[in-house]
Design a binder for this molecule. Structure first.
Ligand SMILES: NC(=O)c1ccc[n+]([C@@H]2O[C@H](COP(=O)([O-])OP(=O)(O)OC[C@H]3O[C@@H](n4cnc5c(N)ncnc54)[C@H](OP(=O)(O)O)[C@@H]3O)[C@@H](O)[C@H]2O)c1
Length: 254
């Protein structure tokens, strides 16, 4: 059965692989046999991720890429296909957050989050999706958020983009099938640099632990199984779906 989730001989382009959830995803994908192309802006951290994979006997390469730079996305996707002959799976994981109440938020700050968390995913998926369609194989996994399913004060750009990403996922599924699947993962709260202010907030911690059925913050490794399901052949008949991985935070009213 383990073969069902195998990523052996698969080439995966993973954005936001320099740290946080993306670094753990890179190690998980490589551990399942994939060659992982680790994309992001911070080359030193990308190299660290790739080196950690190689040290464990896996295959990985750093791909310096700002996903908001459309020309660079087009060039890098083309270069990857020339060099590796294919992209079997794309994980759109890179993202940012801006915390400020709507009434105080300047338009460029809102726009930057939409640009980074939604428009870039459209551009990368379009470029990679075209190739997957022609090859008649592909897995796209978009990392949305529980805030793609519910709202929350002070992160309007993030909530809007993450809801939009779930919509984009459904359209990718509709347009890229039958051989290419597109799904989203909507993580709950997982300790990374993205949410340091919340980790330091006593009231937030109390709320999270009491409202989450499994009564704890998420850990990056909680996403490994869901990711492998959607990125491998185990998920062949799953498309257009959003898998909420939040320890029971959003489905339970407490
Ligand atoms: N942590 C959570 O609780 C949580 C919950 C739900 C959803 N998520 C989502 O999960 C994803 C990863 O979050 P995280 O917690 O791991 O955050 P993180 O630690 O802040 O990492 C964000 C990653 O995105 C990359 N990135 C940001 N802007 C980029 C750009 N313009 N081009 C290329 N890469 C870019 C960063 O790399 P560089 O800065 O090196 O470019 C970094 O690798 C995000 O989409 C986030 O919204 C996280």
């Amino acid at each position: 059965m383990a073969d069902l989730f195998s990523m052996k001989n698969r080439v995966v382009l993973l954005t936001g692989a320099s740290r946080g959830l993306g670094r753990d995803m890179a190690l998980a994908l490589a551990g399942a046999g994939a060659t992982v192309l680790c994309a992001g802006r911070t080359v030193k951290e990308l190299d660290q991720t790739a080196r950690a994979i190689v040290r464990k006997g896996g295959n990985a390469h750093a791909v310096p890429l700002d996903i908001t730079d459309e020309a660079d996305v087009v060039a890098k996707v083309g270069a990857i296909i020339s060099r590796h002959r294919r992209i079997d799976a794309l994980v759109n994981n890179a993202g940012i957050i801006h915390r400020e109440n709507i009434v105080d938020t300047a338009t460029p700050d809102f726009r930057k989050v939409i640009e980074t968390n939604l428009i870039s995913q459209f551009v990368v998926s379009r470029e990679v999706g075209r190739h997957m369609l022609a090859r008649k194989y592909g897995r796209i996994v978009n990392i949305s958020s529980v805030l793609g399913v519910v709202g929350r004060a002070s992160v309007a750009g993030y909530v809007s983009a993450k809801h939009g990403l779930i919509g984009l996922t459904k359209n990718l599924a509709a347009e890229l099938g039958p051989h290419v699947t597109a799904n989203a993962i909507a993580p709950g709260y997982i300790r990374t640099e993205l949410n340091v202010p919340l980790q330091q907030n006593k009231d937030f911690n109390a709320m999270l632990e009491s409202r989450t059925a499994v009564a704890r913050w998420g850990k990056p490794e909680d996403l490994r199984g869901p990711l492998l399901l959607l990125a491998s052949d185990a998920g062949s008949y799953i498309t257009g779906h959003t898998l909420v991985i939040d320890g029971g935070l959003s489905p339970i009213l407490s």
